[in-house]
Design a protein around this ligand. Structure first.
Ligand SMILES: Cc1ncc(COP(=O)(O)O)c(C=O)c1O
Length: 382
């Protein structure tokens, strides 16, 4: 079965008792038991729910994994993964990553003795040096947020495996439609399904997908023990959204490519970050490990910072907001919004400048998107 067919049918089968083509929301916290501790499949929704099961089947199929566990948020998924570690364990992560992941590593788990190191994973010598410290897990994000850098998943996963470390990939930016890290040798994939998987900016969620049954069991344990469960209604919305993932991703990518073409040729744009550009340092790897370049574009405008900020606040079709991956186009100022939790010195070291702007290109008519950007630049640059 191909991706689009899986997206519409797996975990989406009609409901057994009534034949309802769209399965209902099992909006229940608990389940009747036949006798004390005697129940069929579910006892309490923090531990499991039929809507969770259906979404997990869909996500496992779309990522090409054996198992999946759904969570209340992307960071809930990352918390579950990190909760399998023990004080004294080391981890390595890519140095350009979502600010909230950085905050979870440094402000929460580091206090419990999990030692993080952040490295530019494009440099495989640095990967080797970090692996010599015997970390337990290697956290890859590719394309990275917000600089759209590319990490060679197969190369890093192979090196991690050789020293007994698990490779963990945040696949949020590519979505399972454009990239499947497990097929490239990674051990674990996680998502902020708030983004492309949900796709409508109306629900927060996360997921972990893997081949290993024991690791998946640990994810189920973490969800139940730590309280990382989503709401059945949110999960139902995710299952609804997944059916259109393929068509949405095609349109996001097509629109993003056109926005990149516009920005790249504009005299008031200094630099465009997009892995689909042949001039992008990671283009060849991106082309090999992704089937499309997704819908996020970052850029530095040739304008003073205050004018850049005014411009992105005044756009008409792009909305200034955190998050990405929804049908509506959004614009973000990473240094003060999504990545403000990373100290300025660390941001600078990773190349994340104060002038950087990140666009999440939606599925609107691309002519309206380009006109909106053109008018905005014209207003500020004259
Ligand atoms: C790449 C990436 N990973 C993880 C997350 C965190 O996900 P959530 O907001 O669902 O907790 C985000 C959120 O912006 C993200 O952009």
């Amino acid at each position: 079965m191909k991706f689009s067919t899986k997206a519409v049918h797996i975990g989406q089968e009609p409901e057994e008792t009534t034949g309802a083509v769209v399965p209902p929301v099992f909006m229940t916290s608990t389940y009747a038991q036949e006798a004390p501790a005697e129940f069929k499949e579910y006892d309490y929704t923090r531990a499991g729910n039929p809507n969770f099961t259906r979404l997990q089947q869909a996500l496992a199929a779309l990522e090409g994994g054996e198992h999946a566990t759904v969570f209340s948020s992307g960071l809930g998924a990352l918390t579950a993964i990190l909760s399998t570690l023990t004080s004294g364990d080391k981890i390595v992560a890519v140095d350009d990553l979502y600010g909230g992941s950085y905050r979870l590593f440094t402000k929460v788990f580091e206090r419990f003795g999990i030692e993080p190191a952040f490295i530019p994973m494009q440099d495989l010598d640095m990967v080797d040096a970090a692996l010599a410290e015997r970390p337990k897990m290697v956290f890859i994000e590719t394309p990275t947020n917000p600089l759209l850098r590319i990490v060679d998943i197969a190369a890093v996963a192979e090196r991690a495996r050789a020293v007994g470390a698990l490779s963990v990939v945040d696949n949020t930016f590519a979505s399972p439609y454009f990239q499947n890290p497990l097929a490239l040798g990674a051990d674990i994939v996680w998502h902020s399904s708030t983004k492309y998987i949900g796709g409508h900016s109306d629900v927060i969620g996360g997921a972990v997908i893997c081949h290993d049954a024991d690791f998946n069991q640990a994810m189920g344990f973490a969800r139940m023990a730590v309280g990382l469960n989503p709401s059945p209604f949110d999960v139902w919305l995710m299952s609804r959204s997944i059916k259109t993932l393929a068509v949405r991703m095609e349109r996001h990518a097509e629109n993003a490519a056109a926005v990149v073409e516009f920005l790249s040729s504009h005299p008031r744009v200094k630099k465009v970050y997009y892995p689909g550009l042949e001039s992008h340092a990671g283009h060849a790897i991106a082309k090999a490990q992704m089937s499309g370049f997704s819908g996020i574009v970052s850029a530095e405008l040739d304008l003073p910072l205050e004018q850049t900020k005014r411009l992105i606040s005044s756009l008409g079709v792009f909305t200034l907001a955190e998050s990405l991956g929804g049908v509506e186009s959004l614009v973000d100022h990473p240094a003060t919004m999504t990545h403000a939790s990373i100290p300025a010195a660390e941001r600078e070291k990773a190349g994340l400048t104060d002038g950087l702007v990140r666009f999440s290109v939606g599925i609107e008519d691309v002519e309206d998107l380009i006109a909106d950007l053109e008018d905005g630049i014209q207003r500020e640059a004259g």
